[in-house]
Design a binder for this molecule. Structure first.
Ligand code: SAM
Length: 249
């Protein structure tokens, strides 16, 4: 096995064991769902970049909608299929697929959900590709990294940019959404506690793996650096949570 393959194995060994694959929480999901239900009860939902699908299962339980989940990583999809079967969520389907080529029927989704994943294809590109999939007045919920203060420590910027994060302020995201044919119905910043819980889970997985792969494994060092950067500079960046509605064509 090449070094790169070994690194990927360690990386996924951490994330496969975590409940969520990105920061967020049930209470934040409930907050957004409450707002969604005030507008309409979705009949069809797609969760883009679902990870192991903790949110997908909650969406299926809370709405009774037909829910489809897409992710590139096959083991996440397999784990979600097993969980959905065990929990009797027969209206939930999960498959391997890419968010930028979702190969889905146009005009049928009342809600597109994407926590911490849209950045992989770019926030604006995601909104442009997903708009035709939405039903009339369809909704999109995205959580996406933004800069919260005018200052952003160089150390944090360099680390996160190398992870593919493209820094913008919330107001930029709102303007971009509007320009792409969406109205932003609600936006808020993901609570810090959601990040701390996520990184608490990640730390446990790192501790579990250290005796197996060594404390100095580059993947574990990089994840520890990410946690450290959040603890020191997490007041300067975070997730903007945006609930958007397609405007009329
Ligand atoms: N939404 C999940 C959550 O909050 O737990 C996962 C978030 S995780 C930070 C990002 C996810 O996006 C990963 O599961 C990754 O496999 C997936 N991903 C990355 N690029 C993708 C793509 N082009 N299409 C579909 N999924 C993708």
């Amino acid at each position: 096995m090449s070094d790169e393959q070994q690194d990927m194995q360690v990386f996924f060994n951490v994330f496969d064991a975590m409940q969520r694959q990105g920061p967020g929480s049930d209470s934040t999901i409930h907050r957004v769902l409450q707002q969604v239900k005030r507008i309409h009860l979705p009949q069809r939902i797609v969760d883009m970049g679902c990870g192991k699908g903790h949110a997908t299962c909650l969406l299926a339980r809370e709405t009774q909608a037909e829910v489809l989940a897409l992710d590139l990583h096959q083991p996440f999809i397999k784990s979600l299929q097993q969980r959905a079967a065990a929990e009797g969520l027969s209206q939930l389907a999960a498959r391997v697929g890419s968010m930028d080529q979702p190969e889905l029927l146009p005009g049928v989704f009342d809600l597109i959900w994407s926590e911490g994943s849209a950045y992989n294809i770019g926030f604006e590109r995601a909104l442009a590709i997903w708009r035709p999939l939405l039903s009339e007045n369809g909704l999109v919920y995205i959580s996406d990294m933004v800069q919260l203060t005018d200052e952003l420590a160089a150390e944090a910027r360099i680390y996160l940019e190398q992870e593919g994060v493209e820094f913008q302020h919330v107001d930029d995201r709102i303007r971009q959404a509007q320009a792409l044919g969406y109205q932003v119905l609600e936006h808020f910043i993901l609570p810090q506690q959601d990040w701390l819980d996520f990184y608490g889970d990640m730390e446990q997985q790192i501790k579990r793996l250290e005796p197996v792969v060594g404390k100095d494994h580059p993947v574990l060092i990089s994840l520890k650096q990410e946690i450290d950067i959040y603890r020191r500079f997490g007041h300067q960046f975070g997730y903007a949570c945006l609930l958007m509605q397609k405007t009329r064509d």
